[in-house]
Design a protein around this ligand. Structure first.
Ligand code: HEC
Length: 158
């Protein structure tokens, strides 16, 4: 009959498991703190600005957003947001549904809702059952920087 496992051995096994788990957590996704997005050439966003992307349709913003995207997001969403099997969803398909809405008022509400979803997704990241699928960017990217990225994605939407 096999002797029962001594308590010390059980403890050693447990601590090995814990060590493996904690190193897995330590390598969890974080927002790259070296990303720099210069939005100083764009009009500042007024405190009481209306909701939604203030840079929609601004080609300079889209250009800044493209560079920002390729620094911060391309690793998981593809260079220029062209997803070639990266882990993240295809962001160029995000804006397909609103343009199909015939009623202009409802269409505008749809766009505002997408804007809000985008800003929050990027600021807070995506965590499911404790696993970070996408890091939170709010400490690294200003709202203005995030809107330039949204402008870039909209200008390339397909
Ligand atoms: C470490 C990989 C990673 C990085 C870096 C990353 N993302 Fe993501 N992103 C993901 C994953 C994975 C999802 C899907 C998560 C989920 O739904 O649980 C996601 C989801 C999203 C969504 C929601 C899309 C939808 O339709 O549900 C948006 C918007 C988004 N990311 C934008 C960005 C932007 C902008 C950046 C750069 C500032 C970025 N992501 C950087 C991995 C990443």
């Amino acid at each position: 009959m096999a002797a029962p496992m001594p308590a010390r051995r059980i403890l050693r096994c447990l601590s090995a498991v814990l060590l493996t788990l904690s190193s897995a957590l330590a390598t969890a996704e974080v927002a790259d703190p070296n990303v720099v997005v210069d939005t100083s050439s764009l009009p500042p966003i007024a405190v009481n600005a209306p909701e939604g992307n203030p840079y929609r349709g601004n080609p300079r913003a889209a250009e800044i957003g493209r560079a920002a995207f390729n620094q911060a997001c391309s690793r998981c969403h593809g260079i220029d947001a062209v997803n070639k099997g990266q882990v993240g969803p295809d962001l160029l398909k995000m804006d397909r549904s609103c343009p199909r809405i015939a009623d202009p008022v409802v269409r505008q509400l749809c766009v505002l809702d997408q804007d809000d979803f985008f800003l929050k997704s990027v600021q807070d990241g995506k965590t499911r059952v404790g696993v970070v699928h996408m890091p939170a960017w709010k400490e690294v990217l200003s709202p203005a920087a995030i809107w330039t990225i949204r402008s870039f994605l909209e200008s390339s939407s397909r």
